[in-house]
Design a protein around this ligand. Structure first.
Ligand code: GTP
Length: 185
């Protein structure tokens, strides 16, 4: 397997079922407050290097399956360095879809020999008083590209900046070593 070399910018793509809070997470990060009514899709945003913990310019890209074709979503997967698959912790079916739909979809749209890190993001933890993180480890074991898992809330801003920071780290400081087979030989 060939690992991608470190990029000079980090492009973060948010995927996941409708209504899980992708747009809200992006807008909560940018505005540092929660807005109940958000557009279906956030504009692509660029965070300048000097305000990111890793000092790397970071693009954040939203998707909305109601407004985009699967081909367009696939193109965004190809362009991304790291993919955050968001689910809603109070909707079991959005978690189930990660293994049955989203992770295979990401694999199908990555070149065979390139590993792109995936972060699993359980949003809306303000709505429950327990953790669902234990349900995610099985998925993470089956899909080694799952780099990290995090629970957060766009509403209370809990772990929102940490989620994007984790995505940056997954690209810049991957848990698996970055190397290419060619270099090893
Ligand atoms: P699509 O545009 O359909 O793909 O949805 P999305 O994933 O972008 O979700 P969106 O940000 O539009 O949020 C859907 C609904 O969930 C909205 O009513 C949000 O206000 C709400 N929501 C988002 N994040 C949270 C959260 O952390 N907690 C709670 N309680 N509600 C949230």
């Amino acid at each position: 397997m060939v690992y991608e070399s470190l990029p000079r910018t980090v492009r973060i793509l948010l995927l996941g079922d409708p209504g899980v809070g992708k747009t809200s997470l992006i807008l909560s990060l940018v505005t540092e407050e929660f807005t109940e009514h958000v557009p279906p899709k956030a504009e692509e945003i660029t965070i300048p290097a000097d305000v990111t913990p890793e000092q790397v310019p970071t693009n954040i890209v939203d998707i909305c399956v109601a407004e985009q074709s699967l081909e367009q979503v696939a193109e965004e997967i190809e362009k991304a360095h790291v993919i955050c698959i968001v689910f809603s912790v109070e909707k079991q079916e959005t978690l189930s879809k990660i293994a049955t739909y989203w992770l295979p979809f990401v694999r199908d749209n990555c070149p065979d020999d390139i590993r792109k890190p995936v972060i699993l993001v359980g949003n809306k933890i303000d709505l429950i008083d327990y953790s669902v993180i234990d349900n995610i480890w099985d998925i993470a074991e089956e899909y080694p590209e799952v780099d990290r898992c995090i629970e957060c809330s766009a509403k209370t801003l809990t772990n929102v900046s940490e989620m994007f920071y984790n995505a940056q780290k997954a690209v810049l400081h991957p848990i698996s070593p970055i190397y290419s087979i060619e270099e090893q030989e």
